[in-house]
Design a protein around this ligand. Structure first.
Ligand SMILES: NC(=O)c1ccc[n+]([C@@H]2O[C@H](COP(=O)([O-])OP(=O)(O)OC[C@H]3O[C@@H](n4cnc5c(N)ncnc54)[C@H](OP(=O)(O)O)[C@@H]3O)[C@@H](O)[C@H]2O)c1
Length: 275
């Protein structure tokens, strides 16, 4: 049996839907399992009592980020320990592109990769690039102006659906053949890199980049969780430094077709009605 975690999330839901559409029976692990009918299984990585992985052959572990590192590490350690103890065969983990090591949320991903490598489990790591939709939302124009601190840095962003499609392909392969993709680390950045200026042009907006300092000041006035400003600032500074522009990627091979238009996905996510 195959189980997808974070199944209500934007990535997990696409992975679960994709598996079902491909005819691969998959359970949906979620804090709100009732949304999935009989396929739903209660799974809250903050609650050890819910970590029943009996009968799971393939676990698609969608990272449970958006929290402080100690919280995320505890979540991932818990579910991997449960997987070891309960005889899960293979874990497919959605990680972060190797180019993203300077991002604030990289630590939890690299820790989890090492945790997997030291486990007795079979595993595959999908090092996801940054979502095109996230870039579009962070660069979204306000009153016709893109005012974000991305400078002239380009981002090899990738449409979330492409990342979901790769996870579906890999999980389905593993379900059919337990020796497939064992111990593989796949780099899944986008195959084109584009800038905030290009997004601005596509929106018909003016590009007026601001400094990192100005952005940090702006974030200080927003209603954010304590960890969020540092996390967001790391995205701006890493893109602006040009460290996420590398387009070498395993994406086309694993998709089996050219990736979706990531610029179009970013543009669609940044139009006012999408935010
Ligand atoms: N590559 C990128 O650009 C990028 C950017 C931001 C984040 N990420 C990472 O990628 C993950 C998936 O992205 P996304 O767009 O699908 O995020 P999302 O829409 O916010 O979904 C995250 C999901 O994580 C699950 N989750 C959160 N806390 C959990 C807990 N305590 N126990 C079990 N599950 C928990 C939830 O699933 P349920 O509601 O079903 O319980 C939630 O819906 C994120 O969680 C984050 O780690 C990647």
């Amino acid at each position: 049996m195959l189980l997808v975690t974070g199944a209500s999330g934007q990535l997990g839901s696409r992975v679960h839907t994709g598996l079902v559409a491909a005819g691969v029976p998959a359970h949906a692990g979620s804090r709100t399992p009732s949304a999935f009918g009989p396929a739903g299984r209660l799974l809250d990585l903050d609650d050890p009592a819910t970590l029943d992985l009996a009968g799971v052959d393939v676990l698609v572990l969608v990272s449970a980020g958006y929290a402080e590192d100690d919280v995320v590490l505890t979540r991932h350690d818990r579910v991997l320990t449960a997987a070891e103890e309960q005889g899960v065969g293979h874990v497919v983990y959605t990680s972060l592109t190797g180019a993203g090591d300077h991002l604030g949320f990289a630590l939890a991903h690299r820790w989890t990769e090492r945790r997997l490598a030291c486990s007795g489990l079979r595993w595959t790591v999908l090092r996801n690039g940054l979502y095109a939709e996230l870039f579009g939302q962070l660069a979204a124009p306000q009153n016709g102006v893109v005012a974000a601190p991305f400078g002239s840095g380009a981002l090899a962003a990738v449409a979330r659906q492409d990342l979901a499609d790769v996870a579906v392909r890999v999980a389905a392969d593993v379900a059919a053949d337990p020796s497939a993709h064992v111990g593989r680390v796949y780099e899944l950045a986008g195959t084109t890199a584009f800038t905030a200026a290009q997004l601005a042009r596509a929106w018909g907006a003016e590009h007026r980049p601001i400094t990192l300092g100005a952005q940090r000041t702006a974030l200080a006035g927003q209603d954010l969780l304590p960890f969020q400003p540092a996390m967001l600032m790391s995205i701006y500074s890493t893109v602006a430094a040009g460290l996420l522009a590398d387009t070498r990627s395993d994406l086309p091979d694993l998709l089996g077709h050219p990736p979706r238009d990531a610029l179009a996905a970013a543009v669609a996510a940044g139009v006012p009605e999408a935010i």
